[in-house]
Design a protein around this ligand. Structure first.
Ligand SMILES: Nc1ncnc2c1ncn2[C@@H]1O[C@H](COP(=O)(O)OP(=O)(O)OP(=O)(O)O)[C@@H](O)[C@H]1O
Ligand SMILES: [Mg+2]
Length: 335
């Protein structure tokens, strides 16, 4: 388990250029995180929340200003070299491989950096290239790779030391849907093998698919933690059922209102686009059948019925107090 206690990171910055007044920016402000083996843990938050800073500390690339990080009981700052053998980092959108070297040469180079013994390294390079579908491009210089191929090689690089813990900072950034799906499969497999994974991602459907436990942070501090289902329940981001009634009447409206009240929620009534009454009921359970039954029993004719699952994105946006998708119009939260 990777465990952080009261983790803090401040940066000294200069306002208005090199000779401007000094300012202190707190990127990570007292985080207690637990990243157990055998599970994918999510770290979510808006731009600038402190996700990358946290991940860089866990990867030993940044020293914390204060607080502690332990990896299976080992202090990460004091024993950085030892810890580094057991961790690796994959960041999307950043070039973490060398263009002049081939795919296989890159992996050999990084394997040596991690002190992987030659007898282990040789077969592992072949296995990893196979895992990420680059066997055919093993001897091609990386500068001739496409972006997706480069990213896949970065993933192989992240696994070269057979890490017990893998830190993924937006690993699918800029990947095509099929490659991103392959990567999700690989990540799920790594956790199933018993590795601990920490994931940040723009794509909350990806987080929802992979993560059993999610931390939501803002300004370097905790906002919430729990499973995606718990976060949705906590923020009232329920699944919604929308029914169009083609022959509305005041009696029918009060029957719908009573039905919802019996479930402990409020029915929302409005005009349907195609005419008639649009009834919306948000509830954690699937209430489509009972709602339709109540409408029919009250003499209503149903013109349409739609069930929308609550998304983790709704929950995270509610938690961060944001109403618009913050990542430039993408369906995203972490950016
Ligand atoms: N080297 C640095 N010097 C000064 N400030 C920094 C430095 N690195 C990060 N920061 C600041 O710390 C805060 C947290 O940044 P960080 O990159 O950890 O956020 P993030 O959650 O990864 O954001 P994003 O979603 O945009 O990737 C931001 O306000 C950022 O400007
Ligand atoms: Mg970041």
């Amino acid at each position: 388990m990777i465990r952080t206690r009261a983790l803090r990171k401040t940066f000294r910055t200069r306002e208005k250029g090199l000779f401007g007044p000094r300012a202190v920016k707190t990127a990570v402000d007292g985080l207690d995180l637990e990243i157990p083996a055998g599970r994918v843990t999510g770290l979510l938050g808006l731009n600038g929340a402190g996700k990358t800073s946290t991940i860089k500390i866990l990867a030993t690339l940044l020293r914390p200003t204060s607080g502690t990080v332990t990896l299976d009981g080992l202090d990460l700052v004091e024993h950085a070299r030892e810890a580094r053998r057991r961790i690796n980092l994959i960041a999307g959108g950043e070039r973490m491989v060398y263009g002049k070297l081939t795919g296989a040469e890159n992996l050999r180079y990084f394997g040596h950096l991690y002190d992987v013994p030659g007898a282990v390294l040789r077969p592992r390079i072949g296995e990893l290239l196979e895992l990420v579908g680059l066997t055919g491009a093993a001897d091609t210089p990386v500068e001739r790779y496409s972006r997706g191929m480069t990213q896949r090689l970065s993933i192989a690089r992240g696994l070269i030391n057979d890490p017990a813990y893998l830190l993924l900072d937006e690993p699918t950034l800029g990947l095509d849907a099929p490659i991103a799906r392959d990567l999700r499969r690989v990540v799920a497999g790594l956790a199933a093998e018993g590795r601990g994974v920490l994931l940040t991602s723009h794509y909350l459907t990806e987080v929802e698919e992979l993560c059993e436990h999610v931390y939501v942070i803002s300004d370097g501090r905790h906002l919430a933690a729990g499973s995606p289902a718990e976060l949705k329940a906590e923020t009232g981001s329920h699944r919604s059922v929308r029914v169009t009634v083609t022959n509305p009447s005041p009696e029918l409206e009060s029957a719908v209102v009573d039905f919802a009240l019996r479930l402990g929620v409020r029915a929302e009534l409005g005009a349907a686009e195609q005419g008639g009454l649009l009834v919306t009921v948000r509830h954690p359970e699937d209430v489509a059948g009972p709602l339709a039954g109540a409408i029919v029993a009250a003499g209503g004719a149903i013109g349409g019925l739609e069930v929308t699952e609550a998304s983790l994105e709704d929950a995270v946006l509610a938690l961060t107090g944001s109403t618009a998708s913050p990542a430039g119009g993408r369906s995203a939260v972490s950016a």
